[in-house]
Design a protein around this ligand. Structure first.
Ligand code: NAD
Ligand code: ZN
Length: 352
């Protein structure tokens, strides 16, 4: 991954953890303590393996609640207290070991503790192929998700696929939606390949998983390279997220997995793309495929179009009464289009 701030490597594979300590010893100058941040689910399942891989190092571990509960001010504060009490210093190295929530929190702790210490992402979910790359780190504010954060790149990402084995189906589904997103905004061939190779999640293992994540990471890093701070084309990564975030918030965080909501958002954005930009795309085929994978493919009747619209108007990317959507001119050719309030409401009603 190449950004203005830093260049770093993403190590991806099924025995990649073995390369972590040699990397740290070789590439991280004069580090002192290692601070592992993990959560209550990942810790009991996988921490031992990570500790084994770091044998002989001076390590402290702090465990936070799983999921979005990790990304609060309280938990952030507790992490800093723990770091201070354990006398971590500027040369300490933080390892964020878990899904996107631990990665976002850990990255923000690393960005702000003593004005910034080095950190490595060790993702354990499929979704984290997205979140661990690109340097956006954040915690939530009660008034909005990811509102307090930084752009802060890791020293490296170590993505060991053996951790994915314990991931619940719902989290697989959530993360795979972001892989589909990377395919739809970047190239049709990748999309076709996913559709052929993953008729159901039993097939998402071994080389198929490796390939899907590798391609997804390549798409993300290519976009981040051109626009690290989201002043332009990084917005394309929000494909499906305008409505997705609204659905996620309406459902209540944690009720619906992020990627499941984003998938519905992508189907809506594709529909809009057909209507507004004349996209030629067989969405029936996509709906059938993702339906088979267990995704919901329309907005649940419990969410009123008016409320979803209100949510979208509150989004930090919205300007006035116009909502900015990422649409596709063709598969792999995203554009940002503003859609006005009334028009959007009409489309939402049709889609529900
Ligand atoms: P997560 O960290 O909440 O993980 C999902 C659940 O799976 C949690 O309960 C976790 O404990 C559990 N889990 C993690 N690894 C496991 C494993 N190997 N086996 C069993 N259970 C495991 O979240 P996520 O879905 O990975 O990511 C979502 C978060 O990522 C959100 O907070 C979102 O805002 C953030 N995100 C950030 C970016 C970014 O660019 N920074 C991009 C996308 C998403
Ligand atoms: Zn997302």
């Amino acid at each position: 991954v190449i950004t203005n701030a830093k260049q770093y490597k993403v190590f991806l594979g099924s025995h990649i953890l073995e390369e972590l300590l040699p990397f740290i010893k070789q590439e991280i100058d004069e580090y002192t303590k290692i601070f592992i941040l993990t959560d209550e689910t990942v810790g009991p399942l996988h921490l031992e393996k990570l500790m084994q891989a770091l044998k002989g190092e001076d390590i402290v571990v702090y465990t936070v609640p799983s999921g979005e509960k990790a990304k609060t001010f309280d938990v952030y504060y507790n992490c800093l207290t723990f770091a201070l009490e354990n006398k971590l210093d500027r040369k300490s190295l933080l390892l964020a070991f878990g899904g996107g929530a631990v990665g976002d929190l850990g990255g923000f702790v690393a960005a702000t503790f003593l004005r910034g210490i080095r950190f490595i992402q060790i993702p354990t979910t499929i979704l984290a192929h997205d979140s661990a790359v690109g340097g956006k780190v954040a915690i939530n504010h009660p008034l909005g998700k990811n509102m307090i954060g930084a752009f802060y790149q890791p020293e490296a990402v170590f993505y060991d696929l053996s951790f994915i084995n314990t991931l619940p189906k719902r989290e697989v589904r959530s993360g795979f939606a972001e892989v589909i997103k990377h395919a739809l905004i970047h190239d049709e061939a990748f999309y076709r390949q996913l559709q052929t190779e993953v008729p159901s999640f039993e097939f998402l293992t071994g080389n198929t998983l490796l390939h899907a994540l590798k391609k997804g990471i390549e798409v993300k890093s290519k976009i981040v390279k051109k626009d690290e701070k989201e002043l332009g084309i990084r917005a394309y990564l929000n494909f499906g997220h305008t409505l997705g975030h609204a659905i996620e918030a309406e459902a209540g965080y944690g009720v619906m997995a992020h990627g499941e909501a984003v998938l519905i958002g992508m189907l809506f954005a594709l529909k809009l793309s057909k209507d507004k930009l004349g996209l030629s795309f067989n969405e029936k085929e996509l709906i059938e495929w993702v339906g088979q994978l267990g995704y919901e493919t329309s907005i649940n009747k419990q969410f009123s179009p008016e409320k979803l619209l209100q949510r979208m108007l509150q989004d930090k990317k919205t300007i006035g009464q116009e909502v900015r959507f990422v649409l596709l001119k063709e598969i792999g050719k995203p554009v940002v289009v503003t859609i006005n309030h009334d028009d959007l409401l009409m489309h939402l009603k049709q889609f529900s």
